[in-house]
Ligand binder design. Structure first.
Ligand SMILES: Nc1ncnc2c1ncn2[C@@H]1O[C@H](COP(=O)(O)OP(=O)(O)OP(=O)(O)O)[C@@H](O)[C@H]1O
Ligand SMILES: [Mg+2]
Length: 608
């Protein structure tokens, strides 16, 4: 059989593991996978929404491209260039990210890059282009983030979420035929422009480095859905973002250049579970280049050496796309890889349904202790930036927690929960800022005849699951979990933000037990369990206040600790302290379940 798709063209930094072609069974598994993804609404959302709601990315991109050319023209004229030069200066929109990779879903943003000639500055982009966008009736939710690591304008254009980055090249004109693959274009660009141009160059390189693009796309769609469902999809929270998942899939595609999607998925999880991290995942050898820019190099840079799960971008200058990964998020991902590898094994060998791979995470039933980070603000607009800032710093809190004694891991949840709260009294306000919402007070405030004294608060709540080591058999040692320092240091960091305003913004970091988790984060079955427990207790005459900690692991919880009916993460801790003032630590948690379980010397997830 001839190999048309890529084995002739050697890709990657090693030889492939297998160049075998798929068997009939493999192809059947891939067909079932495709059907499972359709059943999950993955393709429906794109095609149907395009038809039904006039979802037309191409039209929007065409309009944006026209606007970029006009923006360049306006800036040139304002700067005194001759009409003819201004007209010929050009400008172009490039797409990158998941849209360019061909794995984009209707809800996700389209990543775009605005490329302009040398006489247009970044300030012009954030003033002139921003104003032009502001005046467009199709544009809503327009926001400029000029200080970001990669500066960006975000917006919704005809209801399509768009991220627009900016790069000014050293060229005097930007022709429509411009191609960004030539590394020489990066000469004399500042770091931010290089990062922006590289968003596009990296995406194009990934596509160039996979042996079979349709197989890569199907596999990546499956992995992205899995990662979303298992709550390990978020660069910001210390897991992996879209490009890192894409590069991992691309690497496994290189190792099995002729395999179909089902086979690649089945290899994907076990390869990554066994990967000798921190050995980097590379799609091609790292290129050195002529420019004075930093290229990822753990031999040269301490920061690069510290990367836990390095996945390196293939376009010069290569960088690590996973520098936010911490010990905890790495442990969570490795555990998920292991579980997924076992599941896919069953899917392939016993024809278990692919849908089992996409089961929702069990984060809120997994731990006995959580940290709640609550950002609050007095206006929607302020809340958008304040909660965004707090969210972007959560991973620093995780890193601080990892350094305290008696904590196996600090597991951040990938998304926050937002609420709008009405209140009337100062006490209700204080409660709301601590995430305590009194339904009656809410109702009264909402239904108040005189609305003058009703105020509104916006809150966003983020969660970190705390996994505490199990106690050695027979050990009587009582352990304390002192959260005071990480909590204080984190609060200080977010409050040192230059736009922080004490009067209008709030931040609370507090420990809660699983029993105090609000209903809106819990899966239905956990709510039912809690309800049943509550009823049982009230029948047996026990106080409800004592009930929560005893909530049994849900049936879905996997692993020995759960099967034993023992919450391994809480077994040996007597108190969790996180006092608000130094020197007066208040024991928030009362003594917890005592049990005979062995000490975990290496980080082990409760369900592993
Ligand atoms: N951590 C990172 N390191 C390097 N490049 C990045 C990183 N995050 C984003 N990028 C660049 O920006 C592009 C868009 O990022 P984004 O997070 O939107 O990924 P995506 O592949 O579009 O996934 P999604 O479907 O979640 O939007 C990536 O393709 C990549 O080129
Ligand atoms: Mg994207």
């Amino acid at each position: 059989m001839s190999n048309q798709n890529g084995a002739q063209r050697r890709l990657g930094v090693t030889m492939p593991i297998s160049e075998a072609f798929p068997t009939k069974e493999d192809l059947e598994s891939s067909d079932r996978l495709l059907q499972a993804l359709k059943d999950q609404g993955l393709f429906e959302s794109e095609e149907e929404s395009q038809r039904r709601q006039g979802y037309e990315p191409e039209i929007v991109l065409g309009k944006l491209d026209k606007m970029v050319k006009e923006f360049v023209y306006v800036v040139y004229v304002r700067k005194g260039y001759a009409e003819q030069i201004a007209k010929e200066a050009g400008g172009k929109i490039f797409t990158f990210g998941s849209y360019r990779l061909g794995v984009h879903g209707s809800g996700t943003d389209i990543d775009t890059l605005c490329v302009v000639p040398r006489y247009v500055e970044r300030e012009d982009f954030f003033q002139v282009m921003y104003d032009m966008l502001r005046l467009r009736p199709e544009v809503t939710e327009l926001a400029a983030v000029p200080d970001a690591f990669t500066p960006v304008i975000t917006m919704s254009f005809s209801d399509i979420p768009i991220d627009l980055t900016f790069a000014r090249l050293g060229l005097t004109t930007i022709p429509d035929t411009l191609d960004l693959s030539d590394g020489a274009l990066l000469r004399n660009l500042d770091d931010r422009c290089i990062r922006s141009v590289n968003g596009s160059r990296v995406t194009d390189e990934v596509l160039r480095l996979v042996p079979n693009i349709p197989t890569f796309r199907l596999t990546l769609r499956c992995v992205k859905l899995w990662a979303h469902r298992r709550a390990v999809y978020s660069n910001m929270m210390g897991f992996l973002g879209g490009i890192a998942w894409a590069m991992l899939v691309a690497r496994v595609c290189q190792l099995y250049p002729n395999a179909c999607a089902a086979t690649i998925i089945s290899r994907f999880f076990s390869i990554l579970h066994q990967w000798p991290w921190p050995q980097p995942v590379l799609l091609k050898p790292i290129e050195e280049g002529p420019l004075q820019v930093r290229v990822w190099n753990p031999k040269l840079y301490q920061a690069d050496k510290a990367h836990k799960m390095p996945i390196i971008t293939p376009a010069y200058p290569s960088m690590c796309a996973t520098h936010n990964v911490t010990d905890s998020t790495k442990a969570v991902m490795l555990s998920e890889f292991k579980d997924a590898a076992e599941l896919v094994n069953r899917i392939m060998s016993q024809r278990a349904p692919w849908s089992t791979l996409f089961t929702k995470d069990d984060f809120f039933t997994r731990y006995r202790h959580y940290l709640q980070v609550i950002a609050s603000s007095d206006s929607e607009e302020r809340h958008l930036t304040w909660s965004g800032l707090v969210e972007s710093r959560i991973r620093h809190l995780v890193a601080k927690l990892e350094r305290i004694d008696n904590l196996v891991l600090a597991h951040p949840y990938t998304k926050g929960f937002s609420k709008v709260i009405k209140y009337k009294t100062a006490a209700e306000k204080e409660d709301a800022a601590h995430g305590i919402i009194n339904a009656q007070a809410q109702e009264a405030a909402e239904g108040a005849v005189d609305s003058a004294d009703v105020q509104t608060m916006w809150i966003s709540v983020y969660y970190i699951g705390l996994c505490i080591p199990v106690r050695e058999e027979g050990s009587k040692a009582h352990r304390k979990l002192d959260l005071y320092r990480p909590k204080e240091e984190f609060t200080e960091i977010v409050k040192s933000w230059d736009k922080y305003d004490e009067q209008t913004m709030g931040i609370v970091v507090q420990h809660i037990r699983s029993s105090a988790l609000p209903a809106d984060v819990l899966p239905a079955e956990a709510l039912e369990d809690a309800e049943q427990k509550k009823n049982k207790r009230s029948k047996s005459g026990k106080k409800n206040a004592a009930a929560p900690d005893a909530r049994p692991p849900t049936k879905k919880r996997r692993g020995s600790a759960a099967q034993n009916g023992v919450a391994s993460d809480a077994a040996s801790v007597t108190s969790v302290t996180s006092a608000d003032t130094p020197g007066t630590p208040s024991a928030i948690a009362s003594p917890i379940v005592k049990s005979n379980v062995s000490t975990a010397s290496t980080p082990v997830l409760p369900q592993a």
